[in-house]
Design a protein around this ligand. Sequence first.
Ligand code: PLP
Length: 470
Amino acid sequence: MAENPSHALFRLIPSVDRLWADPSFGRLKEQYAADLLKRMLRLALDRLRLDILEGRAGEEDCRIPAIVARTAIVAGQRLGSTLRTVINATGVIVHTNLGRSPLSPSVTQRIVQAAESYSNLEYNLEEGRRGERNAHLRQLMQELTGADGALAVNNNAAAVLLALSSLAAGREVVVSRGELIEIGGSFRIPDVMARSGAILREVGTTNRTHPRDYVQAINENTALILKVHTSNYRIVGFTREVELEELVSIGRERNVPTMMDLGSGCLVDLSPYGLAEEVTVLQVIASGIDVVSFSGDKLLGGPQAGILAGRADLIEQMRTNPLARALRMDKLTLAALEATLEEYTRPDGSAEGIPTLAMITRSPEELQEAADSLAAAIRERLGAAAQVSIEPGAGRVGGGALPMSDLPGPRVAVHPRHISAARLEQGLRSGNPPVIVMVQENTVLLDPRTLLHDQASLIPELLAAALAGN
Ligand SMILES: *Cc1c(COP(=O)(O)O)cnc(C)c1O
């Protein structure tokens, strides 16, 4: 009986011991711990046997150099980091899936300093004793927002959780039915409320909530009136919402604190850039609201963080809640957040040191120029393989901020002649670095607004590689 050809190939594979002793494993042995590398070698051999059985591997693949190469690939896949830099050509600035706000070198430098050395994180240098982590941000936040107290935690979801737990556990929180939001699938006001131990007291209807709805809901067990920014949607048509000032006076008359979950947390007026509808943190505090919470990495343009600002006594209640320890911000983020807030103290309105703001406020002329030169470079590199044009388009702030506001600007449209746009998109996504794009009507769209530093110059070659299928 003729022997199964797979078995003949199996016999060509050297033993693990022989492979391990072979000098050609030397370089990998320098790179990886021995026990891990040996496991990678065994995995590589398992894959090789499978490939042989399925007819994908032959004699050549059973030789030592091929097995070393196979082991290196397996090790790279299983022992390497998977978090990679990508190029965001979508025009969505605060792109939650792509890491929200990028930071400027002036900010990242401070992260490095805080990381590489000891610091006075929780040490009072004047008095030579234990200090308070939160003291670092308090002064700066007070000056920038007008709030008496401030506290920073891991993210805005944590800030809302901490505020509800500190101010309203076991008691009622009044919220309009039009504001029971869900952000990104996992942050839902009713769920966060339940986790905090507070009791949700819904008032009004989806489209209309009146002052009397709040007033009627307030009783001796009411701990808080909460207003939530409907970050990622708008209710339009026959609507009524109660304005901040009205809520504040309802709360004050009845001695019930008020809070706003602002979501994005913009510190500067963006109306000169056609984004008029966003209320700033300063305006919210000036309305008399007792507590406001917002994200560090949305419109603020800093690191992931949740900031609570407002009445000092309420902030102190949150700071001393045991949950605060679990939700606290680490020193690297603290360094980045401080540096970001410092950018807002500069005379030029901060856009230089805050890439998110710089991208929002890029001028039409600058964007047109960027689109023109990108299109020219792509045309030159791709030649007849694609049709390249410039189309009017619109970027977005993203991150659940300003859902109705487009940021008009030109986009470079690449229509491949020999493959589909979907294939080209996939090729770009698997490039090095990956490029993330929008696809519309068999065309790949590249928005220059979200291309950082020298990234535009990489795109023609990455497109060529994606078209060539490698
Ligand atoms: C984005 C957002 C959150 C969640 O903030 P994270 O910083 O992502 O945790 C909560 N509330 C509102 C209104 C938001 O827009």
